[in-house]
Design a protein around this ligand. Sequence first.
Ligand code: ADP
Ligand code: MG
Length: 684
Amino acid sequence: MPPATTTPARQEKSAPQRAMEKLGLVRDIDLALHLPLRYEDETKLTAIADLRDGMTAQVEGIITECQVQFRPRRQLVVKLNDGGDELFLRFLHFYPNHQKTLAAGNRVRVRGEARGGFFGLEMVHPGFKGVDEETPLATALTPVYPTSASLPQAYLRKAVASGLKRADLSELVPPALLPRGSWALKEALNFLHHPAPDVSLATLEDKTHPAWQRLKFEELLAQQISQLEAKNERALQRAPRFAVQRGGLQERLLAALPFALTSAQHRVVEEIAQDLQREIPMHRLLQGDVGSGKTVVAALAAAIAMHNGWQCALMAPTEILAEQHFRKLVQWLEPLGIQTAWLTGSRKGKGRREMLARVASGEAQLVVGTHAVIQDEVQFAKLGLAIIDEQHRFGVAQRLALREKLQAQSLEPHLLMMSATPIPRTLAMTLFADLDISTIDELPPGRTPIVTKVFSDAKRDNVIATIADEAARGRQVYWVCPLIEESEKLDLQNATATHEQLSAALAGHHVGLLHGRMPAADKTAVMDQFKAGAMQVLVSTTVIEVGVDVPNASLMVIEHAERFGLSQLHQLRGRVGRGSVASVCVLLYTSPLSDTGKSRLKAMAETQDGFEIARRDLEIRGPGEFLGARQSGAPLLRFADLNEDAHLVPPARAAAERWLASEPQRARQHVARWLGSKAEYLKA
Ligand code: ADP
Ligand code: MG
């Protein structure tokens, strides 16, 4: 790769240069791969007489009038005549040099959208340039690039054009690996930057054009190679090898459980056990719908590690969730003689120091806590297995930090990540190509399906009456308050007001309140009361989103359901229907609700399949938001769209495997071309 053509370090960089760097436009190839968002057609002129309201077009003529008017705002009003008809141009912001170019008698070429104005057809703030009769029209469509405020389009256009000329666009990918009929890279890039005027703009805009297909394939290929490389690198690392023995801790735990595993649970435990018996670090994602029973699978994996004399860490995103896990694991494992430790941010002072010491000495075999605490502060004597719950909240950077911390011990720990947000297969293949995936696709028996109902907020009183009925029958109810992302304070006000309203309406019942700002001890106290059945209604902000397990809860009301993502609603809904009683989830929305809003909530009522919901969610929101931008890798996929281009993923994957096996150097060159310095990050 030739060195980047940037200015020498000591020379001041101009604002546009700095802006280009921010956009990652450093090397010639970066510029060549910076593709247009859309195009403007400056290859033809339209006669003013042919302009219609709403039409975007280019016209050329002589200025007949140029005046600053006050009507009522100060503005520049220009009259243009093309020999046939007249067009008004209006500028609300203008500078002296604009007035110079637009002076009466000058010939100008103007491009903009025609609108029916007060005086007839006009263009407001059109693009314009002074021309003479000889000035040629553009021969290709004019690209419009994604840019930022401090980087003018014209500057970027020039930079891209010259980057494109200089960049080495030789074919790296062996033709046999390309989909049949692929365009050459150079041809595709030249075309996309400067398409011929007769091309169908629709195929360019929806990126179905063969030139786009080639680039998307290139991009996915780079991504797949870099992930496969990460996987191969991991295969060179060493992890402790665990023996799975008859009569071992794992079997004793299994025998002590109050239920039999589902066959799906058996299968995934077996997959994990296979990994743990190898000296290559496990890197597995365990996905299973809410309530599918992932915790016990985690406990069985931990049992294997601990039986072999290694420590195990289990991390959860919130204290409540960590505590839930902790209690369950203690209940299962302490009778079998396992020493546990419990660590979260709110645990301070002497108790904390003692815990840390027990972990450092190896006395505590199982350590449960929040992600942050375990990563930042805990030293392990002998960590063999790290289990991370709700992996979708766990960023790439955090995964890296965890690995680095544990590398101090020459061996890598095995890693098990768990997620209740099922990741559709193509997305998993694309973004987590270096992860092995186990899926629990079956719920434990005896669950009654949850009935989901969608009501307008106008029915609030009826809903409250239903709550009273449920409470009278000894059942428990969750009321989830709206999520207002901008303001935790507003969340709180809302939850507090609802709490008051329900307390008043449900006199004689205990209505509790749980929110993110409460001290951990108070949260625990509230949860304890709810779990023990001493509280009938729990009003809560989204802190109960994951993992809370109260089988007697039979009704959940979600207020402002339209503000939640589908997967989030599904997670929330999974808090009920955990016991044998018939459960109901009420989604309250506030009118007016858009059509998409309605169909989204309808989808929730129609299906209980987490995968189906995840798929619809992905369609509606796109992968970045779906997974949380942090770890979605979305900025790394600029062109390929995981919905529309799913068909390109398997061939890209296959090509990556073949290429890495046959020509690893060249395959890496391809990655460097596409990802540059981002490749490392992607491997995390
Ligand atoms: P999740 O996958 O959402 O984390 P949990 O691990 O919390 O699910 O399990 C949900 C509930 O189902 C828990 O009460 C758990 O003890 C119970 N459970 C798990 N596996 C089984 C099973 N095979 N049979 C019956 N109940 C089970
Ligand atoms: Mg769970």
